[in-house]
Design a protein around this ligand. Structure first.
Ligand code: THU
Length: 129
């Protein structure tokens, strides 16, 4: 799947966001090396702390379907300043996607590309134990 299609999948997932508390709707999509794509949206909760980000929903869907090995993650929001993954999501993306490409996009078609190694330098991972 092309980068544009991955962004489109994230954009569609964003429409399902459950974000009544922040009103900040996020969509994400992760592309497996097999070619399959999994998408997710942020799912908020009235306790706030149980909220899950769109990136983690997409990745956990993929993992729970038996998928392993990913090369790109797209994140779509409606902000002029594009939205990079939060710290918790960076840890999870690193664990499952390694030095993948992170594609940020908004609804106006603005995009940016970053490598995980740049977004998440000196990570903690299994190599320490
Ligand atoms: N959010 C994401 O879904 N992904 C991120 O990387 C940043 C934050 C969500 C969580 C919450 O529902 C809302 O955005 C505001 O923080």
């Amino acid at each position: 799947m092309s980068d544009d299609s991955l962004i489109a999948a994230a954009r569609t997932a964003r429409e399902h966001a459950h974000a009544p508390y922040s009103n900040f709707r996020v969509g994400a999509a992760v592309r497996a090396k097999s070619g399959r794509v999994f998408s997710g949206c942020n799912v908020e909760n009235s306790t706030y702390g149980l909220t899950l980000c769109a990136e983690r929903v997409a990745i956990f869907k993929a993992i729970s379907e038996g998928e392993r090995g990913f090369d790109a993650v797209a994140v779509v929001t409606d902000s002029d300043t594009l939205t990079p993954p939060c710290g918790a999501c960076r840890q999870i993306i690193w664990e499952f996607c390694g030095d993948a490409e992170v594609i940020l996009a908004n609804l106006k078609g603005k995009t940016e590309r970053h490598r995980m190694a740049a977004l998440f330098p000196k990570p903690f991972d299994h190599s320490y134990f």
